[in-house]
Design a protein around this ligand. Structure first.
Ligand code: TMP
Length: 237
């Protein structure tokens, strides 16, 4: 399968048309941004890590009953996916306090929750992806009630599967962001990526950050963190 015209360029990926109207090719870049594009940089090798890691996670999740957009890995950076219209909601699951949760509620990072939490942001760069509740999402017709229920169910299932998987690699899954899409035949599937860009990973023993927070917070060792988490996920392959 070959890339045809470019359909879209995002902050971290490009999307191309293919000869099949129901399929696209996603191409992962090394570009990194934070704070809605205010901070810009390059993380060498990130595109390869995020592409290959996302595909491994999508395959695992399909096996566990979560439908995804994944079709076929073409190369280190390129993957065939089902063409979807993205539901403009960022779905965030948290197991441990960190990031905007810690800031918003004035608590320290690292508090382990009894139950995972879920929240939604309205995916809209001009507005800075504001937090949104499901009633507002319905009012704005971003999705139907049934779709939101299904998205919630899938998101918690993803958490169950990935939490256990990463723990087996000596990694705590602190929180993550998912995006869902609707296929041509109206099916809700997991889309976008599952990578150190979109998850917080802390080493079980040292709590060392193995994710994009190293870039967001200028902690140094950004490339090494991506390499380390990738080494752990590929070890068991
Ligand atoms: P937050 O604590 O900054 O709200 O981030 C929660 C999770 O979502 C974290 O794992 C990082 C991820 N995330 C994204 O994937 N994209 C984003 O634009 C932001 C702000 C967070």
């Amino acid at each position: 399968m070959e890339k045809k015209e470019q359909l879209y360029e995002g902050k971290a990926k490009k999307v191309y048309a293919t000869s099949d109207k129901n399929l696209c090719i996603v191409s992962y870049k090394d570009d990194a941004t934070a704070f809605n594009g205010l901070k810009k940089g390059t993380i060498v090798g990130k595109g390869v890590v995020n592409n290959r890691m996302t595909n491994m996670m999508m395959r695992l999740l399909e096996k566990k009953g979560v439908p995804t957009h994944f079709v076929e890995e073409l190369s280190d950076r390129d993957t065939v996916v089902k063409k979807v219209s993205i539901v403009p909601l960022e779905v965030i699951i948290r197991n441990v306090s960190a990031g905007s949760f810690a800031k918003r509620y004035g608590v320290e990072e690292g508090i382990v929750f009894d139950e995972p939490t879920i929240e939604f942001s309205y995916k809209n760069d001009d507005l800075g992806d504001p937090l949104i509740n499901t009633y507002h999402a319905l009012a704005l017709k971003l999705a139907t009630k049934e779709e939101i229920e299904l998205i919630k169910k899938y998101a918690f299932k993803v958490n169950e599967v990935l939490k256990e998987y990463f723990l087996s690699l000596g990694v705590k899954l602190i929180d993550f962001k998912l995006e869902f899409g609707k296929t041509a035949d109206g099916k809700i599937v997991l889309a976008d990526e599952i990578s150190p860009d979109t998850c917080r990973f802390w080493d079980v023993k040292t709590n060392e950050k193995l994710d994009k927070d190293r870039f967001r917070r200028d902690l140094g060792g950004v490339e090494d963190a991506y390499k380390e988490i990738f080494a752990r996920v590929t070890k068991g392959e």
